[in-house]
Design a protein around this ligand. Structure first.
Ligand code: MG
Length: 252
């Protein structure tokens, strides 16, 4: 299915980057209903014993940690706007507090009239979910695009039934590139697995470094490999971790 052997044949170690929603975890009607299955977490933990592993998500770091607990991996949250480096140090893109408050008020004012739309506030970003009301996609898009046009510090990030306003300086590609500067990621061949449009920037960085980009599900992509579903990702991870098991003692 995915040929990691050709990558590992070079002898260069691998580094893994995983998106969370729609990759490690199935999408759910509401974002707070999402969870990573126990078997997937166990496989991730085994993988992290042997390789550099990071989670790169649109979720805030605190939520990522909640999903992977008790495992605490290097991670980038809010599409790279906040991240914890391999040494455990936190970094965050900052935005003007007044602008954040203004934008938040404006979004609340509009979404107050639409109880089937969900406004998710993140530290330096806003997510407008319309999964419960797909017919309102155009309305949400217009609102978010209008704010992004007025406030260049924000970039419009479309996703699955969501439009996000994220800091313009943040991207998953940036996040991957930053991790690749640091041990234990530096010098590794990167593997990035993701399902959504925000992941395309991560795929591009990985492709440029000769690594393996893996798109989950259908849709146009620059990724070089594909897994059909979250279930397929879980199986692949479990196969990988089983293959690793005999090598633990040598690696540690
Ligand atoms: Mg995703």
């Amino acid at each position: 299915m995915i040929d990691l052997d050709s990558l590992t044949s070079s002898g260069q170690p691998l580094a893994f980057f995983f998106d969370l929603d729609g990759t490690l975890a199935e999408l759910q009607p509401r974002p707070e209903q999402v969870f990573i299955p126990a078997e997937t977490l166990a496989a991730l933990e085994q993988l992290a014993r042997r390789y550099a592993v990071a989670v790169v998500s649109g979720r805030p770091l605190a939520e990522i940690d909640g999903f992977t607990a008790p495992l605490r991996l290097p991670a980038a949250g809010v599409h790279g706007a906040e991240w914890r480096d391999p040494q455990g140090e936190l970094h965050r893109v900052t935005l003007d507090g007044e602008v954040l408050a203004q934008v938040g008020q404006r979004l609340e004012a509009v979404l107050g009239d639409h109880p089937d739309l969900l406004l998710e506030r993140k530290s330096v970003a806003f997510a407008l979910h319309y999964r419960q009301a797909p017919e309102k996609e155009a309305l949400v898009h217009e609102l978010a695009a209008g704010i992004a046009a007025e406030h260049p510090e924000f970039k419009l990030q479309p996703g699955k039934c969501v439009f996000e306003l994220k800091p313009a300086a943040a991207s998953k590609g940036e996040a991957v590139a930053r991790f690749m500067e640091l041990r234990p990621f530096a010098g590794c061949l990167p593997v990035f697995v993701g399902d959504d449009r925000t992941d395309e920037e991560g795929f591009a960085v990985v492709n440029a470094r000769g690594g393996l980009s893996v798109k989950v599900g259908e849709g146009e992509t620059v990724a070089r490999a594909r897994l059909p579903s979250v279930v397929a990702v879980a199986r692949w991870l479990q196969d990988l971790s089983r293959d690793l098991a005999p090598h633990y003692k040598q690696g540690d």
